[in-house]
Design a protein around this ligand. Structure first.
Ligand code: NAD
Length: 461
């Protein structure tokens, strides 16, 4: 493994970049649709021309397999569709108004918010950087990207390639860690979109509040899996294990824990064992299987495995300070270390519950996650979940898949964040809906009532 040295942006450079982007926005150059479309199509070229280099960088950062690069195709598709749909999205809207107001020409103009900041994490670096950027470009904003220092090869490649594909006066990358992010947050932005951990999100929100900057927070949480009595446990095991092992459980929508109904625990474990040996005939650590991004995250996960009160029934192998095999732990109590915070790694606790009622109570008591996964054939249960729980998304009978639907918003609620991006939702995030009215002087005779001095007549509806 070659470790790429990430070149941090000089601190005194940061405000100059900000100023450059702001001036460009003020010049109006990013407003014409043709300009925006060209930049959006450049994203598609960026991905297409550099696919292998991008994959190599992600592999260098954390050893993902090439079959786990779906985010590149997602970004490519989103950019193409945004370029196609841009005209429709940007059209002024004419709201339906009462007849007497029609002469005022009430209109809603989608207008770009201005110069925006996008801070992204390491775990899905392309989706979390480009899905918002596509929206910012489509909206006509200028944008600064601050990728994660924990994926140095990816972040360096972004910094190297950006000026070759995009208008450098409008879109820029600043690389660095806390000091650089802190400097960025001291500046005034017209919107900030932050993706990462809830702890840092609180720092970002406090900084944004100083300038009254609107904010989108894309965070994480513990995404539960609930299982109804009447489902095919074999399929549950296959789909949950797939979702958990994807990039070694380091996805914000990874299934975090499973609530197992009575009488199903041993069948479920047997099915997990079956798919474990089908997915990795030579064992996961001997096949293309992601590393844990950084030693401190590896140590955090190792500590969880050392201190859980549950029993490891599958996996548990730990390799150096880099990899941990997908690990399934049963008999996990609710006060276990595995239930304290988002696991964000390849460990899956199985919790025995007495039935769906207890499962629902557990889900409601923990803070609202980015996704809830429910395996069921019951329409009644689907309705109960819709009406009685809160989460960014609700996905039935699979894990992760909802995130592949471009037409759905991607975002959380409560502890998993607020606001969203993805497709048109990214455009909306960076767009101000500006109200417009043109009150004709000819209407003056009908307005006499509103002018002082006060009159005693009563307005009648
Ligand atoms: P990270 O460590 O890469 O941090 C994210 C970004 O925050 C980086 O760019 C980093 O430089 C910056 N940062 C760190 N400290 C900062 C500070 N003090 N001030 C300002 N910026 C700072 O990633 P992470 O936080 O470990 O990411 C993992 C978390 O992100 C998980 O909780 C995961 O669920 C969540 N996540 C959410 C989504 C989503 O779309 N909702 C997607 C991916 C990850």
């Amino acid at each position: 493994m070659t470790v790429v040295q990430l070149q941090f942006t000089a601190l005194d450079e940061i405000s100059k970049v900000h100023e450059r982007l702001r001036k460009t926005f003020e010049s109006g150059i990013t407003r014409p649709l043709q300009y925006r479309r060209t930049q959006l199509l450049q994203i598609a070229h960026f991905i297409q021309d550099n696919w292998k280099a991008i994959e190599d960088a992600i592999i260098s950062d954390y050893g993902r397999s090439r079959s786990e690069m779906s985010e590149l195709k997602t970004v490519f598709d989103h950019a193409i569709h945004a370029a196609q749909d841009l005209e429709e999205w940007s059209k002024p809207e004419k709201p339906k108004v009462e007849d007497w107001l029609a002469g005022w020409d009430p209109t809603i103009y989608p207008t770009p918010k201005g110069t925006v900041l996008i801070i992204s994490p390491w775990n899905a670096p392309y989706f979390t950087t480009f899905s918002p950027l596509i929206g910012a470009m489509a909206a006509g904003c200028t944008a600064l990207i601050k990728p994660s220092e924990l994926c140095p090869a990816t972040s360096q490649l972004l910094a190297d390639l950006f000026p070759k594909y995009f208008d450098s006066n409008a879109y820029a990358v600043v690389n660095g860690a806390v000091a650089e992010a802190t400097r960025l947050l001291e500046l005034k932005w017209d919107h900030i979109l932050y993706t990462g951990a809830p702890k840092v999100a609180r720092i970002v929100a406090a900084a944004a509040a100083k300038h009254l900057t609107p904010l989108t927070l894309e965070l994480g949480g513990k995404c539960p899996v609930l299982i109804d009595d009447d489902v095919d446990i074999d399929l549950v095991a296959k789909r949950v294990l797939y979702g958990k092992q994807f990039i070694a459980g380091q996805a914000c929508i990874s299934p975090d824990y499973v609530l197992v109904p009575p009488g199903k625990m041993e069948t479920l474990i047997a099915a997990f064992k079956k798919y474990y040996s089908t997915f990795w005939p030579k064992g996961p650590l001997n096949e293309g299987y992601s590393r844990i991004i950084a030693p401190h995250h590896h140590a955090r996960l190792k500590n969880m495995l050392e201190h859980t009160k549950g029993d490891i029934v599958l996996g548990g192998e730990i390799e150096g300070s880099e990899r941990i095999a997908p690990t399934i732990v049963k008999n996990v109590p609710l006060d276990d270390i595995l239930m304290e915070e988002e696991i964000f790694g390849p460990i899956l606790p199985l919790i025995q519950v007495s039935g769906m009622e207890e499962a629902l109570n557990i889900v409601k008591e923990l803070s609202s996650p980015l996704a809830i996964y429910v395996f069921t054939n019951s329409e009644k249960l689907k309705e109960t979940l819709l009406n009685s729980t809160a989460s960014g998304a609700l996905c039935f009978n699979d894990t992760l898949s909802h995130a592949g639907v471009r037409e759905l918003p991607f975002g959380g609620i409560g502890e998993s964040g607020y606001g969203c991006h993805g497709g048109k939702y990214s455009f909306d995030t960076f767009t101000h809906r500006r109200s417009y009215a043109n009150v004709p002087p000819a209407g003056e005779p009908f307005m006499a009532m509103r002018y002082p001095p006060c009159k005693d007549e009563v307005y009648q509806a």
